[in-house]
Ligand binder design. Structure first.
Ligand SMILES: NC(=O)c1ccc[n+]([C@@H]2O[C@H](COP(=O)([O-])OP(=O)(O)OC[C@H]3O[C@@H](n4cnc5c(N)ncnc54)[C@H](OP(=O)(O)O)[C@@H]3O)[C@@H](O)[C@H]2O)c1
Length: 332
């Protein structure tokens, strides 16, 4: 007899994180049905997911009825709310925490058994209130709230590091001095950022190469990871090593110019950049540990291994910074 189908609902399925998770789960041999949520099933990304076998469902997270019906019959639920979405940044309006908590409640009532949340550890807790990062602290509280629901068999937090994808995104390159895309007046690809603290390593994850498979691995064995907040990291490296490697890979001149303080990172009133100033203050106060604790590569690799085994693929190491730069900027 064929094993029972398990519907895994993926919120934000057309986004960076959601797409990676949906694409990995679609290749699973577990009889998962991938239910991809989007506000616009006619978008190219949504149509591509449907073409690959996802059940695409129109659902807006702010609409309770949409969410109740989209979660009906779901066994698993991946939730990643974007906390810089203008909809959760309106004064007096619902916050990202309100949205997350509401979706937790709806998922529990709908009978979801496995709830995996794109989370953060709490900088306020790790630094004893010295260097809070309000958006991260709020996500941590949503995760704790979810754990109070007896309806779930397992609640897991997946905590992504800094995206490797930021290094192929022009807006991030511009915000940090141009590296690795735009040379400055002296012909250098310059990375300008505050110091990270501790050993100066930046915990970085490729959402496309690794994160999707890590979360897939969590869905394969949810009781094993129950009530864990799992750091998701592919590689960790200093900014000095990063620019040096980039030059070795591409032959282009690159340099790291440290900024004296987190305040010196230009924010221009942008909420993402203001939060990043807070993040640098946090890591400077917390030994350079973005995840709160020292890096754990073993768990990430084991989750990736389990997902690849489930897809019938050969094992593959999580991607390194060198390989990422070769893949995107190396000689053809
Ligand atoms: N950049 C980094 O280094 C980094 C690192 C760690 C964590 N993060 C965090 O990751 C989060 C962003 O995730 P992402 O990169 O996957 O974002 P993204 O690519 O912008 O995707 C967000 C998705 O959410 C969906 N969505 C937005 N509003 C919705 C609503 N009202 N109802 C239903 N769906 C809605 C959108 O789908 P539709 O438009 O199809 O509806 C969209 O595809 C942020 O909280 C960010 O801070 C980022």
């Amino acid at each position: 007899m064929a094993p029972l189908q398990k519907v895994v609902a993926v919120y934000g399925a057309t986004g960076v994180q959601g797409t990676a998770i949906a694409l990995s789960l679609l290749k699973s041999q577990q009889n998962f049905v991938v239910r991809a949520f989007t506000r616009n099933p006619q978008s190219e990304k949504a149509k591509e997911l449907a073409r690959l076998g996802a059940e695409v469902v129109k659902a807006d997270g702010f609409n309770d009825n949409d969410m109740k019906s989209a979660l009906s019959g779901a066994w698993g639920f991946w939730l990643n709310t974007h906390h810089h979405d203008p909809a959760v940044e309106q004064p007096g309006g619902p916050t990202d925490e309100d949205l997350g908590n509401r979706l937790v409640e709806i998922a529990a009532a709908a009978g979801v058994k496995v709830f995996i949340y794109s989370t953060c550890e709490s900088p306020a807790l790790f630094t004893k209130g010295v260097a809070p990062v309000p958006g991260m602290d709020a996500k941590h509280r949503v995760e704790l709230y979810a754990r109070t629901f007896k309806e779930f068999d397992s609640v897991i937090g997946a905590f992504p590091g800094w995206y490797f994808e930021n290094y192929i995104t022009p807006e991030y390159a511009q915000a940090f001095g141009g590296f690795p895309m735009f040379p400055d007046n002296e012909g250098y690809l310059t990375w300008k950022a505050p110091l990270v603290g501790g050993e100066g390593k930046v915990q970085t994850v490729s959402i496309k190469d690794d994160f999707g498979e890590m979360v897939h691995g969590m869905f394969l064995n949810p009781l094993k990871w129950k009530n864990r907040t799992i750091q998701c990291v592919s590689d960790a490296f200093t900014y000095d090593d990063m620019v040096k490697t980039f030059t070795e890979v591409t032959g282009k001149k690159a340099r790291h110019v440290p900024l004296a303080s987190a305040d010196d990172l230009p924010a221009h009133g942008n909420s993402v950049m203001i939060e990043l100033q807070d993040v640098f203050r946090y890591t400077q106060t917390n030994n350079g540990w973005f995840f709160g604790n020292p890096d754990d590569f073993e768990t990430c690799q084991s989750l990736k291994d389990e997902a690849r085994r489930d897809k019938g693929l050969e094992p593959e190491p999580v991607i390194s910074m060198t390989k990422y730069f070769i893949k995107h900027y190396g000689p053809n």
